[in-house]
Design a binder for this molecule. Sequence first.
Ligand code: ADP
Length: 425
Amino acid sequence: MFNQSRRNLARWFTLSMGGILVLFAGVIYQIEAKDKVEALDRLLHDKTRVMAASVHYEVRQGQSQVDLSHVPLLGTGSHPLAEDLIYVRWYNAQGRLVRFFGASPPSQLEMSLGYLTVQSTDPLLEKGIWLRQATLPVEGRTGTLGYLQVATPLAETQQRLQQLQVALTLAVPIALGLIALTGWILSGFAMQPIRQAYQQLQRFTADASHELRSPISAILTNAQLGLLIADDNSRYHAPLENIVDSAKSMGALVNNLLLLARHQGQLAPESLKLTNLGDLLKNLVTQFVTLAEQQAIDLTYEPPEQLIELWADPDLLRQAIENLLNNACKYTPAGGVILVRLMPYPDWAVVQIIDTGAGIPESDLPYVFDRFYRVDAQRSQDSGGFGLGLAIARQIVHAHSGRIHVASEVGKGSKFQIELPIKPY
Ligand code: ADP
């Protein structure tokens, strides 16, 4: 129970912290990508501004029919300004191409103004290479002189971002592993006080139940003695019978609580004995035959074809299976059938107790193994149950590293299955 809670705590811690981490890594990646693209845009902007200044100069010289052949940048591709640029294009105010270097561009400006990431269609360049392109207007005193369109490759930026991606892809799982480990250690600390409080509660329940046993048996003995003395017509007879019934019921409850409090967790190896499960079941079924006959229930035992032996505490195992058989008898009406089966599997022994009784509603199935859980309080009270029988059975099965399941349908019956590991000792 504690290990499961600890695992759950650690799992939730890892999931929540891992989610935050992945989100964080995504945000870092996005910020870095945005920064890099903005840096490229700034570079393109600065270069176009310098080129635009040359254009202004030509216009100021009075050559209003802008002769761009004198603009050094546009005349050659070797100018420092042209470094890192794939192409430079100069369009006039009407958007018609005037000059360019790089791949031959469309004769009419077709891209929208501003910064764009585009894929190159230039046959001279590597196929499909990604470019960052700026298309900016060049303003003169008389209005827009034209448009400068420049582009730079994105390859280096993409490579840097890929490196960051690889670094994050490696770092995130490592960080997740560390988070999981931290979660496991922290949940261990968090469970400590709960574990101590639970152990104290268990000790208290065990001590209180133990202390209550003697007074209850004293009440029972005295009431039974009183019953022997009082003759049937005595007015003390009925009250004494009530005392006997209540004391028996209290005694059963106290014994159940003591059993639950004493047998927590795995069993100590010295309490285990090599147990013949087939014999144990046969004896138990024989014990219940009379009760079943009285209730007109057909109780059958299907033994295995081979010997099934496992290391177990036979008294506890008997108690667990007895609780299931008791329930089958309690909740199966006259004319019903109870089948007890023992089946061997390579590493498991499987015990099934199948009845054609009242069944359990689907909504109650997940809770029937909880302490003090009763499907129908009235029905259980009538049959003298406290809702502890299945909780005890489950605790005993778990103490043997086994599993217990139930399948049931209202009005059709129930099937309880215990699976016990067969391991060498
Ligand atoms: P109780 O002592 O009340 O029988 P249990 O823990 O043994 O408590 O069972 C819990 C509840 O599960 C019971 O109240 C009963 O309603 C239901 N139950 C258990 N076994 C059967 C069964 N074989 N058929 C129908 N209902 C069952």
